[in-house]
Design a protein. Sequence first.
Length: 503
Amino acid sequence: MPVKCFRCGAEIPGAARFCASCGTVAVDPHDATVVIETEDSEALFRRVRMVLEGEFDVERELARGGMGVIFKATEVGLRRSVALKVLPPELGLNVRSAERFKREARMVAELDHPNIIPVYRVGQLGGIFFIAMKFIEGRSLGLILDTQGALPVPVTLQVLRGATRGLAYAHDRHIIHRDIKGGNILVDQDGRVMVSDFGVALRAADVNLTADGTVIGTPPFMSPEQCAGRRTGPQSDQYSIGIVGFQMLTGAVPFRADTIAGMMQHHFFTPAPDVRQARDDVPPALAEVLNRTLQKDPAARYATTRDMLAALEAIPFSEDDRRESEQMLRQLVQGTVMPRVSARALPPLPDRPTMPLAAAELRKRRLPVRVGVAASGVLLLGLVLGVLRLTARRGDATPGPTAIPAAPATLQVAKPLAASKPPVARPPGGKLRMLTRPTDAEIFIDGRRVGAGAVVDLPLTAGERRLEVRAPGYRSFDTTLVVTVGSTLTLGRITLSVAEQRP
């Protein structure tokens, strides 16, 4: 009998294994377990290998994300290793996604900088869009932080300087990355830092694909203006790299929440803690750079990313510091376990937001903007904007600027709001069921550990959620799930591949 595709809702004939509309493996809601990951990956791998035969010898899948799947391949004509980024067929059916992918390729191909991964070739064959990039033997900063935790100050400075140099170069050419995070900063075997994945990058003059009101990015690293769906500039990347710097020094991002709405609320209202609360060895100048980049108002950050880079390069950093930092990065890339850096636990975040008075006026002006959220949070952003709307109404009843006290003050919205509005229900969503092999692999959703070996009917809020499965000695599995209201994502068993042993 026919069934409905859980992803797009199209009807799938009873004998079919794949949805004809979006390519998803058919799911029988009465089955307790349906294995989809291995079959989906293998089917895409075979198709890419067949279509690109003669141009590229595709070897294996390396990683996947919201805008593409990356394979390791060899370019046949030049016999050089490349990282081949391919637009998945289910996204290729969407003209908007294909345009975004091709725009990324055009922009990144223009960027020629030692701290940005170079693009060799862009093309389309047999309905497959691809970007051939330099293959980097190394690890992402995100994976290094997951395994190592906080890093020494010189190593943090080395990474921040390298990543900021690449961003400053891109910003000089009016290209904004918009998804800076540890997973998009790579470290090669020589200890060199490079920025990757301009998949959601935006040229300042490009206004035809991403309109005001679209939220794109990774929630723990998104700037307040990104959370509000407003058009971003270099200061948005500054905020994100500031969070990466905070994470390198403390071992954790400054803001955590169980929902995307809660995360956005912190970005809007909660001041970032000073890193010196966790570490005594952080130079005041470095703490000042991070504090400035993490300001809520973009105008309070650096006027240009070149100014931020100048501030980082003004911090004392000897030649010995540079050599030792590169040596440690090389060891971390090879998987060497280094001595842990001690960092104190930061105080818990406030349960209710506290916002500066000046920021209240800024949000009050933003309310008329029409907000349309991408798949990562329609219902959730509405919850946050409801808080903003209540706050703005309170602002309408207050006197004008001349009546505000001159002394520094904050407006506590917790008690008035708690007395005037009913408790907010948990945003609706779906559930997740899955198993892992090995059976002790840890399962993470949006960076938060939710179980080991298996999760059954785990509640997830609607939108895009990042799923990671990790186990020592195995290659991590990292993908994006799209959760719809009332759905149950049954992934079956995710089998991790054994990590390659280096000689």
